[in-house]
Write a new protein. Structure first.
Length: 160
């Protein structure tokens, strides 16, 4: 179950997603928190430059592999505004990161994109556990998912 601290980190992810939107990127934001509760890394999508792999969850996996021990990675939690795509879920699994908590799900995003008549994702919208079975995941959370939906709407209006 999530607690007040988890919600604080998810709120920060939504703030980071808004920051991504303001820089012309798709609105996704993520935070890596270690076992002691310290924020070790945070970021947002940086794909507007043409590199579609610049997702914050993928950047977290790279950073964690270079800066944390395997035990530290396993005990850490990744918070994110949107459920990991298959690329990010795989990176998360390969570096051995722990729990994931997300505000909105891939299925929600797929529904929203369809409702907005936006381009669908170029990769399958799989759940994290379809990519990394057994990984502890929690989400979505309706109160924050609606905020993420609004950010997605703003982004896709700009793209039309």
């Amino acid at each position: 179950m999530i607690d007040e601290t988890d919600m604080k980190h998810l709120d920060r992810c939504v703030e980071l997603a808004a920051a991504a939107l303001e820089t012309g990127n798709p609105p996704f934001g993520s935070v890596l928190v270690d076992e002691a509760g310290a924020i070790r890394y945070e970021g947002h999508n940086e794909t507007s430059g043409g590199d579609s792999t610049r997702h914050p969850e993928f950047e977290i996996a790279r950073w964690a592999a270079a800066n944390m021990t395997p035990d530290e990675r396993a005990a850490a939690t990744v918070y994110t505004s949107g459920e990991h795509c298959p690329m990010c879920a795989a990176a998360h699994g390969w570096v051995g990161l722990g729990r994931i908590v997300y505000a909105s799900s891939s299925q929600q995003l797929a529904t929203w994109l369809n409702e907005m008549h936006a381009e669908p994702s170029p990769v399958a919208m799989l759940s994290i556990n379809e990519v990394v079975p057994g990984l502890p995941v929690e989400g979505p959370f309706p109160v924050l998912a609606e905020a993420v939906r609004e950010l997605q709407k703003r982004y896709h209006r700009r793209q039309a």
